[in-house]
Design a protein around this ligand. Structure first.
Ligand code: GCU
Length: 588
């Protein structure tokens, strides 16, 4: 039986991967934005997907006996990109279906191809172009596109059914500790390419070498063996390559680029030119490796002075999605003294990773396998692999990313280890130039010892440990006396730690029960005292940059639907604990 399931899941993976893969560097293409006001229909019981009220047909009464109990009008609209929760009070807690419609004009050319591109839609969607089904997508944090060549007219409509209901076999599943923002939450574009186009490329320093730039370019369309030029003018590189019959051309070019460094971001302008197409990108060159318990960037050991960030602008209680939002969040991280950011608990929008490239901030990026995942369900590995594939496909050329993470706080089991180990190996098959990690939360605390003993660590390059000593777990000895034990000769990142406080609320430094800033401050002082005793610690990531929305946080005075573990308040004000971490980072 087990063998049959594996075969089925392999077939399913093949089917899923045959799905439309997004263009590499979508923003570097000929794009027509569909951002702005979309007409919407709120459909709590999914009536619109049935035959009685097929909303996607967008019908209008013609004869006297016609009537339709739905219509897209300007009476109710939503801004795209944007979650619906913050745009209408009645949608604050809404977890079901909203239908979106956008009309746009086009001048489709016979010699061109057209793609309808979504930066992300949370959680599941079905897409129709001119009332014809174009495709569906599951997963709230990765881009997808549909080939709409030949379907465009002078005037067009896109209708999207978006559903953000939580399901036990979703990723993430149920009751996760961040707001279930639903909607078309990132950019939407119509992308035009030549008939033969550059669909994808990968470029970087050869693994463990600073003198060779290698990679590949993939052509798609009609004539996929036309020659391609790889140009980096600043390095005097102008190399012609010829794709093989499958349209892929590999290259390896001797070069000595100035290396991208944390805090000193050197990016080169790359131009990839084929007979019919051209794409420009900004690429940084660096190597990443582990050596025993050290993390090496460009062969030098680094300490990751990090912070966890959710994709949220707390001041407006909304999903972050824009370049301006990315600037707010990453500049707040820089102000704290960070050289590293963990993008929790899902891949963030492309503006975030591209800005990190430019600012010289290293990144940990992850898929949303958060806590209670159905690892015994064969469909889960397929969904998880699809999310990994979509995340790595989009961001594989972003030098800021040094770590891919396969999960957060999943309970140890043979099924969990089997799935996550397969995912770790899948990551390496797609990208062997970065490190694989995961955040575990089962380090064993007893007396003055903390022991890392989770067999998942065998599959990881770097171990992430989430622990809340001083908050969820009382100290079992003086913090400075705590000794950490690990049998894995691997680097440790303290991927989460912290406590809650309400900004401006003051009280005892020793009591958790009143959300005093002084308590959060003391927990950070105690954690730092403990860090000094961990010889294999190579990074710290406080949980979390800013207070963030969570339906699970019910305390009516101090929380009010907010998780208050921010070093910043929801208004961006610095709590006492912020200064403790700032001094730790600037003093290292
Ligand atoms: C966990 C989890 C976070 C959560 C945090 C908390 O470690 O990874 O997503 O928000 O704890 O309880 O605040």
């Amino acid at each position: 039986m087990k063998k049959i399931i594996c075969t089925i899941s392999l077939i399913a993976v093949v089917i899923i991967t045959l799905h439309a893969q997004v263009l590499q560097n979508a923003y570097g293409r000929h794009c027509t934005s569909l951002n702005g006001k979309w007409q919407v229909i709120v459909d709590p019981f999914n009536n619109g997907a049935g035959s009685w009220k097929p909303v996607w047909k967008d019908q209008h009464p013609t004869g006297n006996n016609d009537f339709y109990e739905y219509a897209f009008t300007n009476n109710i609209t939503l801004e795209v990109p944007g979650d619906w929760n913050h745009q209408k009070p009645e949608l604050k807690y809404y977890e079901s279906t909203v239908w979106y419609k956008k009309t746009f004009v086009a001048k489709p050319a016979v010699s061109k191809k057209y793609f309808l591109y979504f930066g992300a839609v949370n959680y599941q969607c079905d897409v129709y172009i001119n009332n014809e089904y174009a495709g569906s997508h599951e997963g709230g944090f990765t881009p997808f596109q549909f080939d709409i060549t030949g379907k465009l007219k002078d005037t067009n409509s896109v209708i999207v059914r978006v559903n953000n209901q939580r399901r036990a076999d979703n990723i993430p599943a149920m009751n996760y500790d961040w707001w279930n923002y639903g909607g078309i939450t990132r950019d939407v574009m119509v992308i035009e390419t030549p008939a033969t186009y550059i669909s994808d490329y990968s470029i970087g320093l050869a693994k463990d070498s600073c003198n060779t730039i290698k990679g590949w370019v993939q052509l798609a369309g009609d004539n996929i063996t036309q020659p391609v030029a790889i140009q980096i003018a600043q390095l005097h590189i102008n190399t012609n390559v010829t794709p093989s019959a499958d349209g892929r051309a590999w290259f390896s070019i001797a070069a000595k680029p100035a290396l991208w460094q944390p805090g000193n971001a050197k990016l080169y302008k790359l131009v990839i030119q084929s007979a019919d197409d051209a794409v420009t990108d900004n690429i940084g060159f660096r190597t990443v490796a582990v050596n025993g318990t050290d993390i090496l960037v460009n062969g030098k050991a680094v300490f990751l002075k990090g912070i966890n960030i959710h994709e949220e602008i707390p001041q407006q209680q909304r999903r972050a999605w824009s370049a301006a939002d990315a600037r707010q969040l990453l500049l707040q991280a820089k102000e704290l003294g960070c050289n590293f950011v963990r993008l929790t608990h899902y891949s963030h929008n492309e503006h975030m990773v591209r800005l990190a490239d430019s600012l010289g901030i290293m990144l940990w990026e992850e898929v949303p396998l958060w806590q209670n995942i159905q690892f015994t369900n064969p469909a889960i590995l397929n969904k998880a692999d699809t999310m990994l594939k979509e995340m790595i496909t989009r961001d594989k050329n972003r030098c800021a990313i040094i770590l891919w993470s396969v999960s957060n706080e999943t309970s140890p089991s043979s099924a969990r280890n089997r799935v996550l180990t397969a995912m770790a190996n899948f990551v390496r098959s797609m990208d062997d130039t970065r490190l694989v990690t995961s955040a575990i939360n089962d380090a064993h605390v007893e007396g003055n010892s903390v022991t890392i003993n989770d067999s998942l660590c065998n599959a990881l390059d770097v171990i992430g440990v989430n622990q809340y000593l001083g908050w969820y777990v009382p100290w079992t000895a003086k913090p400075a006396d705590m000794i950490w034990h690990s049998t894995y000769n691997k680097p440790l990142i303290m991927s989460e730690f912290g406590a809650e406080s309400l900004y401006g609320n003051h009280g005892s430094a020793n009591s958790n029960g009143y959300w005093a800033e002084e308590r959060e401050e003391q927990v950070y002082k105690d954690q730092i005292a403990m860090f000094k005793n961990i010889p294999f610690l190579r990074g710290t990531c406080p949980w979390i940059l800013a207070d963030f929305r969570s339906e699970t946080r019910l305390q009516p005075v101090y929380q009010q639907g907010w998780n208050r573990k921010g070093l910043l308040s929801d208004k961006g004000q610095k709590k006492k604990a912020w200064y403790v971490m700032h001094d730790y980072y600037t003093g290292r």
